[in-house]
Ligand binder design. Structure first.
Ligand code: G6P
Length: 609
């Protein structure tokens, strides 16, 4: 949560900071601020409620010249959205931006108040600023030592960057649990929560690791690990193109990302489907094959859209590979006593690889005796990838819209490949894995075909945009697609939407049916179709308003709206059927005029539990 940018530069820093922090809005966008030590050694701070555009307007009105500064975009945790609570926070000469939560902030606040500190915000970050100042004045140690002493007193997550007005030549960064990355320039250096913020200036990065403290100056970078030893961290050259951070011809990132799905899926499949009907993930070693071969149970843990992808895969693991599979929301997984089934593989699913609940679940699982853990993730440099035994990349490309789209369909693509791989490992020459591979090869074409139905979906969206509530129904592996469809709609259009298993309708939700609550039903031609048809009739006979997404002909005269979709193979039908639901949510939100890429109160990367 929250985005951090900091820099120590040759050039005037103001434009650099605002251009960079704008790129991190996906991490939080309720308020933003910056602080620069100007050329006369004054701390110049600008903060405002609202999106970074407000900060840009305000900053452009002032002429600030300086070469060192920090900026922050906030997703409120402690304290309401207000100017006072917006970062950076200052204690005399100390300036702090912070991403995370300090759990013992209230004890520290009382302690510091007794020492005479006066607080101007409700945030836990201001506690850090005053604590650093107090430590600095207590012993007159170096700022690095002051930070080391202070963080010993902090419980929680505290990735942060600090500048000291008394030594305005360096940034000091400390990483704990939320990501921080150093960008390398030419006689200037930068820090950010994500490389996306810095790609307009550099492609050379160093990822800080847990417990690292970095002193970053124009020409030098010194990193100390958690034991205070100087350490060299690997430099990487990013292969992300700066232009992939732009919207191009599209109105929203979400729209762009929906239409990118055929290409993302092609990238996900590339070099992984082999002619001998085997699946090859270059990032997995032989040890992983051994673990997969011995796996008798699977436990999937994830949040949000990634959880829905896990739910779909449960049907595949059980029906195709005969492996029992449980799926659990990460925050629940790590807050209860668990009974681990025999020879269980833990799989975490995450676009960002930084979701705090999923990371906590992974860390918790390590004490529980799983056979091993695998993460399926879109970000190679993420904490989940680093902390997992094995990883598989989804290769969706950068996803910036807060509501996930292409990361969902590429997760499903990887999961289906994994099912085939496990079948192959357990039983040589299996016909099912051969069929999976054949069908996956067709998937990008099928997605292209369904994307061509956009006008059909847009017309329905225009009719439904004024509704207050909607029900989504699905059966079998289309039930999690109904969940994902409802989630998309809630997230970006603010229409209340619930998903149910079609068969569960009669056990409660039927009471809601009337002409004002549209029911979106996913009913493809498959072995469950006849059962779905009965549910459709139950809704119609109660005067319900129903929209059926299907590739089946309907031969009866009920008052139903059928959205006739192209043919798709049953194996990949869940990946196919989410596309019209993504489009439906997108066009409804477009019609309503909501903030599609940055829906209210949400953030893309949720790094707090
Ligand atoms: C946030 C995002 C969702 C996402 C979820 C899990 O809530 O708004 O779009 O599905 O986090 O994120 P992850 O990066 O772990 O997939």
């Amino acid at each position: 949560m929250c985005g951090i940018v900091a820099a120590v530069t040759q050039r005037n820093i103001t434009n650099f900071l605002i251009n960079s922090i704008k790129k991190l809005e996906y991490r939080g966008y309720d308020s933003s601020g910056l602080a620069i030590i100007d050329n006369r050694n004054n701390i110049m701070r600008i903060r405002c409620v609202g999106k970074v555009d407000e900060l840009i307007k305000k900053t452009n009105k002032k002429k600030i010249f300086g070469n060192i500064g920090v900026a922050h975009t906030r997703w409120a945790t402690h304290g309401k959205v207000s100017k006072e609570n917006t970062h950076p926070h200052i204690s005399s000469n100390i300036v702090v931006v912070h991403n995370g939560i300090i759990e013992n902030h209230s004890t520290l606040r009382h302690f510091l108040q007794k020492k005479g500190y006066i607080f101007s915000s409700d945030t836990d970050t201001e506690v850090i600023a005053h604590l650093l100042h107090w430590e600095q004045n207590k012993k007159k140690d170096s700022l690095k030592k002051v930070i080391q002493n202070s963080i010993k007193k902090l419980d929680g997550n505290y990735s942060m960057v600090i500048i000291d007005q008394n030594n305005p030549t360096r940034l000091i960064a400390a990483r704990s649990k939320s990501p921080l990355i150093i960008g390398l320039g030419i006689e200037e250096n930068f820090i950010a929560s994500d490389q996306i913020a810095l790609l307009h200036t550099t492609k050379r990065f160093i990822y800080l690791e847990e417990g690292d403290i970095a002193i970053v100056e124009k020409k030098n970078i010194n990193i100390f690990n958690k034991d205070n030893f100087t350490i060299k961290r690997q430099k990487i050259i990013s292969n992300i193109e700066h232009k992939s951070v732009e919207k191009g011809q599209y109105r929203h990132y979400m729209e762009k990302e929906i239409y990118e799905q055929p290409e993302s899926i092609r990238n996900t499949l590339k070099n992984r489907l082999k002619n001998n009907n085997k699946i090859f993930f270059s990032e997995l070693g032989l040890k992983a094959n051994n673990i997969f071969y011995n796996t008798e149970n699977i436990q999937i843990v994830a949040c949000g859209t990634s959880y829905n992808a896990g739910m779909v895969s449960r049907y595949w693991f059980e029906s195709l590979a005969n492996i029992p599979c449980n799926v659990e929301i990460a925050s629940e997984f790590s807050s209860r006593k668990l009974i681990v089934r025999k020879k269980s593989l833990l799989i975490t699913l995450s676009q960002s690889g930084e979701t705090a609940d999923t990371l906590s679940a992974l860390r918790y699982s390590k004490k529980l005796g799983y056979l091993g853990n695998l993460t399926i993730c879109n970000m190679e440099s993420s904490s989940l990838v680093k902390e997992s035994d094995f990883y598989i990349l989804t290769k969706a490309g950068l996803e910036i819209g807060v509501a996930s789209t292409k990361s969902f369909t590429t997760q499903l693509t990887v999961l289906l490949m994994l099912v085939a791989k496990i079948i192959n490992l357990k039983q040589e020459n299996n016909d099912i894995s051969k069929k999976i591979i054949e069908t996956l090869n067709i998937l990008p074409i099928r997605i292209e075909e369904i994307l061509k139905k956009n006008t059909l979906i847009k017309n329905i969206a225009n009719i439904l945009a004024n509704k207050k509530n909607m029900l989504f129904l699905g059966r079998g592996n289309q039930y999690p697609i109904a969940m994902e469809g409802a989630l998309k709609l809630k997230e970006i259009s603010y229409i209340h939407a619930e998903a149910y298993q079609s068969g569960e309708l009669k056990h409660g939700p039927l009471a809601l049916i009337d002409k004002n609550i549209p029911v979106i039903m996913i009913a493809p031609k498959n072995s469950l179709f006849e059962k779905n048809k009965k549910n459709i009739k139950e809704i119609c006979s109660r005067g319900g308003l129903i929209y059926v997404f299907s590739n089946q002909e309907f031969d009866y005269e009920d008052n139903i709206n059928v959205i006739k979709l192209p043919y798709v193979e049953e194996l990949i039908a869940p990946i196919f059927y989410i596309i019209p639901l993504q489009l439906l949510a997108y066009y409804i939100a477009l019609k309503k005029g909501t903030d599609i890429d940055q829906p209210r109160h949400l953030a893309k990367s949720v790094t707090v539990e």
